[in-house]
Design a binder for this molecule. Sequence first.
Ligand code: ATP
Ligand code: MG
Length: 578
Amino acid sequence: MRYSQTFIPTVKEVPAEAEIISHQLMIRAGLIRKLASGTYIYLPAGQRILLKVIGIVREEMNRTGAQECTVPVVQPMELWQKTGRDADYGETLGKFRDRHGRMNVLSPTAEEGFTYLVSQEVQSYKQLPLNLYQINTKYRDEFRPRFGVLRSREFIMKDAYSFHANEACLHKTYMDMYNAYKRVFSRCGLEYVIVEAETGEMGGTGSHQFTIPCENGEDVIVYTEDGTRAWNIEKAPVDPLPKQPAVEVPPPALVHTPGVGSIEAVCEFLKIQPQQLIKTLIYKADEEVFAVLVRGDHEVNAEKVNQFFIGRHIELADEQTIQKVTGAAVGFAGPVGLSERVSRMLVDYAVAAMAVGITGANQTDYHLKNVVPGRDFPLEGDNVQVCDVRNAVPGDTCGGKKLLFKHGIEVGQVFKLGTKYSVKLEANFLDEEGIRKPCLMGCYGIGINRIIAAAIELFHDEWGIIWPMSIAPWQVIVTPAAPDADVMEAAETVYRQLLEKGVEVLLDDRDLRAGVKFKDADLLGIPIRVTVGKTSLAEGKTEVKLRSETNKQQVPVSQTAGHVAEMVQQMLEQLNRI
Ligand code: ATP
Ligand code: MG
């Protein structure tokens, strides 16, 4: 392709709207433009990268035997009501009413669509297993779209769904997909970490996320010091803390804390540390009201709480419910006397380990001091459970091993779903004995756009992007560095020869200074640059330079195309080896 005929609007200035480097460079390199908050236009160079990533993902999916389909992005709301996911997604779910008054959903993922298909088409175990996938647009009305295509509202996902007659078969496909994901990310040149993730109703190790460790990642990866296990923070288990030595304290006493409800405000008002406080949160699981207690300096882990209410929709209780249950305004809930007023009380290990704490008094504008867990509120009983319901923090251990933390970008996830969707949508089959059973399912997602942003986060320098060969918009750029006819002619020849060898090459035939051309090539991140300059051409040579290195190699003009094509091949093969 000739640069003069492309539409690659590069930008010198760092765009003010872009907080992180991948977002900045995608705009500056002319890959994307914003259409509206969280939605982006892919320009031609960006589209080439998108197609490269899609190509790799498609090849690896097909290699596992998965078969490609396309399910509509616009789907009937009834399906989403049947699975209860209209409520689970809440405001994140995009929806609209059509001219016939029917509600539609803009697919944020497609379990419903694929399970519906199987419910209509599969009758017998003989038709299983099935592994179906699509590469299609997804829409999520994200609360906070940010970081460009890393968290956008509209994006492209590869989503696969597998259907099985038994657990062994599900496990086999799960592992096939797990291994295919390893190949996908390796081929894209990404260094990744596989972490155990929350599994919903399956329990065990039924879900893994593929994450790219990097500073700007929104996910927190927790791993043991010896590197033997890693989790998403949603899942990372923590050991119970040692019980603090008992202290003699008088019975709980009311402290007047007028209008002081938040942890920070209470700490400031009473001149105490957050870890001396016990936070009481009131939740609802459908209509059931329950309480969760964590230490003031800890965060409730919603996924861990979810494990106690599998299949139910959980959310923080509204103001009215809190007032009804605690008898106090929001901010003054406490555990004393609470277990009789809620269906269940989940007490975090760290709270149970406290010798004494300060809590809300279930009375507006009052807290209680001298509250002793086990003495002033129960740590056991029919509806009280001491358990792990908080996020791990530095200092925690798991199985005695110190936990360490780093940020990461989730680029893919594999998941054993069990029968959650097949039961609700009646995707059943008859087994060998003629017994009707719901299919066991797996689902497997990859964020295509996120791969692109993650690659830029990993591979860039002060001049721009440095693409891995496999996902570069062009593999080679040929840059004539002077307007002279012989320079242009040599560049044209090398360009044509590269095209003939099947190399994806861009010829920078623009009438611009060499410095400007080099800047654009570096910004765009094309892995190999061939420069045809006046001085080297006088010696019959071109200059070949890798984007990732500073040194240049002089190659005879006649051998340039062959040499460069070989380099491209080698770089691709290196990525293919995993
Ligand atoms: P997150 O926790 O980051 O919101 P998720 O776990 O909800 O993502 P999945 O439902 O597992 O996402 O979707 C599969 C993949 O789709 C993710 O691994 C991610 O790569 C991609 N993805 C999800 N949400 C977005 C988004 N808003 N923008 C871009 N890619 C996304
Ligand atoms: Mg996920």
